[in-house]
Design a protein around this ligand. Structure first.
Ligand code: GDP
Length: 367
């Protein structure tokens, strides 16, 4: 018969199979009298939070819980993966609680991107998804840029209430929270965990001066993220980690670009034009003739066109085609989680291909 063991820290059921999952403890720890899950272990010993993945059921419980608290909701998204990390539908669960939107990873943006243009685009996109944030800002949790500003905005908008931080996995929520812990508590050992109402999930609480707290919720998995179709080993290469260096291509009609084997861009018609790619500096871009593109992909996915690596090439999702007619100059075709291609002049017909589930959209250039 199965015996369930609970974490002495948060009470969650201990499991030893899924390293990224909630309640994970290494198998060796089962021999101890008191078992603590990896998340509580890290919190206890390093004042450091770790992201845990959620099941859909727990996710729904959290979302429902957010409607029952009276708080400020801080939603963290990845600015390079805005649509993939947006958690569409969250606003339906937060009730009347205000939402503050933070775009993380601003350090990967080329210097030429105008922050205000990006913020305006985020506001516009949020509105398209039915969300009207009370404030939108950018930060880099990793570099520590604009963390103070983010906290000042949180302080201003929370009106003496608790603050819940939500976001999907990979947006940098843990990195952000760890910054906040340092900023708010000065690294003292004051952080506690508590259970989210109606769930067995532990939340991390960072106390604030007025008796309220900043509460970190577990990261939510969104399967439609580029990060989930890529082998973990390739993520460092695929997800932009440094300032993206623009790569300019002069293309003739009926030429194709492959971004590794992850995405494809067909220039269909409009005469010779220039295109600027903004993706991870570690990804190779291959140019070929449109007529050869299908064959090249079929034969060289996983080798010349990688990532995906050879062992993943078979199971890699098919590329889905999205066609766009570019009527204005300086438009971006955005591959969520990967980056974007700026079409510098108007009058181009293009097709963008991304792995099934990964969104492709068009916007006015941020530059
Ligand atoms: P979580 O799943 O949302 O908790 O995300 P993590 O905090 O674990 O971060 C996911 C990945 O994004 C890690 O590889 C981080 O190093 C990276 N990351 C987090 N914040 C930033 C940031 O501000 N800039 C950059 N370039 N990378 C970041």
């Amino acid at each position: 018969s199965e015996v369930t063991i609970s974490c002495i820290g948060c009470g969650v059921e201990i499991q030893t199979e899924e390293k990224e999952g909630i309640g994970y403890a290494p198998p060796s720890s089962l021999e101890k009298d008191q078992i603590i899950c990896q998340r509580c272990f890290r919190l206890k010993h390093y004042n450091e939070v770790q992201d845990v993945a959620l099941t859909d059921d727990d996710f729904l419980k959290i979302l429902n819980g957010l409607g029952q608290v009276d708080a400020l909701i801080v939603k963290v998204v990845d600015i390079v993966d805005f649509n993939g990390s947006f958690l569409n539908g969250l606003h339906r669960f937060v009730g009347n609680n205000p939402v503050l939107l933070i775009g993380n990873k601003s350090d990967v943006l080329p210097k030429s991107v105008k922050p205000n243009k990006l913020i305006n685009w985020m506001k516009y996109e949020a509105k398209q998804h039915g969300l009207k944030p009370i404030d939108v800002l950018l930060c880099s949790a990793e570099k520590g840029h604009h963390i103070k500003e983010a906290l000042a905005s949180i302080e201003k908008q929370r009106n003496g209430k608790d603050v819940y931080i939500v976001g999907c996995t990979n947006v940098g929520k843990s990195t952000f929270i760890n910054r906040v812990i340092k900023e708010v508590t000065g690294e003292q050992d004051v952080i506690t965990t508590s259970q989210f109402p109606g769930t067995t999930l532990d939340m991390i609480e960072i106390p604030l001066d007025d008796g309220q707290a900043i509460i970190d919720t577990p990261g939510i998995i969104n399967r439609d993220q580029m990060a989930h179709v890529i082998n973990k080993k390739d993520l460092k290469q695929v997800i932009p980690r440094k300032e993206m260096k623009p790569k300019i291509f002069q293309l003739n009609e009926e030429q194709t670009l492959f971004i590794g084997g992850l995405a494809r861009f067909d220039y269909l018609s409009g005469g010779r034009k220039s295109f600027t790619c903004y993706v991870s500096n570690e990804l190779e871009i291959h140019r070929t003739k449109l007529e050869k593109a299908d064959d090249l992909y079929a034969r060289h996915k996983g080798e010349l066109l990688s990532p995906p690596r050879a062992e993943d090439a078979e199971s890699f999702p098919e590329l889905v085609r999205h066609e766009f007619m570019i009527k204005e100059e300086k438009m971006d075709i955005v591959y969520s989680g990967l980056g974007w291609i700026t079409i510098n002049e108007k009058g181009a017909k293009v097709a963008a291909y991304a792995p099934k589930g990964v969104s492709v959209l068009i916007r006015k250039s941020l530059i």
